[in-house]
Design a protein around this ligand. Structure first.
Ligand code: ZN
Length: 158
């Protein structure tokens, strides 16, 4: 550290101050990125996801850590208001796997990924516009028969 010039230290300090200001006005990109894993045992690895309410966009990566094919043990990640979950999941069953078991044009669906099979992963970025820190949201897998177990809460932290 002693070898560093004063000039370099000044540049570093300035950069850190700049970053500090950025963080103060908007959540860092990392805080707005979520990862979730799903298994052959029909489980997500978490029951709770949250991001700061200051995230304008959220990027979620779903990884299927199992080995079973999509047709047998496909998983996706669907986000709705908690109150909408069961209806969206039930009505999505007839949409079929190519539509990721999500009814076409379902405006109750805030975001959803395609289905993935074992060893695959998928990523989506969605806007939080219209979402609220006071609303209860739920994420789930809409593969038929999975949503009753594969679900959890999603929150925007104020
Ligand atoms: Zn599933």
């Amino acid at each position: 550290m002693k070898a560093k010039s004063t000039a370099l230290r000044n540049v570093t300090s300035t950069s850190l101050i700049g970053l500090g200001l950025l963080f103060a006005s908007q959540a860092s990109a990392n805080e707005c990125e979520l990862k979730i894993a799903a298994t052959d045992a029909m489980q997500f690895d978490t029951k709770e996801l949250s991001v700061p309410a200051s995230c304008k966009e959220v990027t979620l990566t779903l990884t299927h850590t199992g080995t079973l094919p999509k047709a047998a043990m496909g998983h996706n990640w669907v986000l709705t208001k908690a109150a909408d979950m069961s209806a969206v999941a039930t009505e999505g069953m007839s949409a079929g796997p190519d539509a990721a078991y999500v009814k076409a044009g379902d405006t109750r669906v805030i975001a959803h990924t395609p289905l993935v099979g074992g060893g695959e992963s998928t990523s989506i970025t969605f806007s939080t516009a219209g979402m609220s820190a006071t609303e209860a949201y739920q994420f789930f897998c809409s593969f038929p028969g999975h949503w009753a177990i594969m679900q959890g809460s999603f929150k925007l932290k104020a």
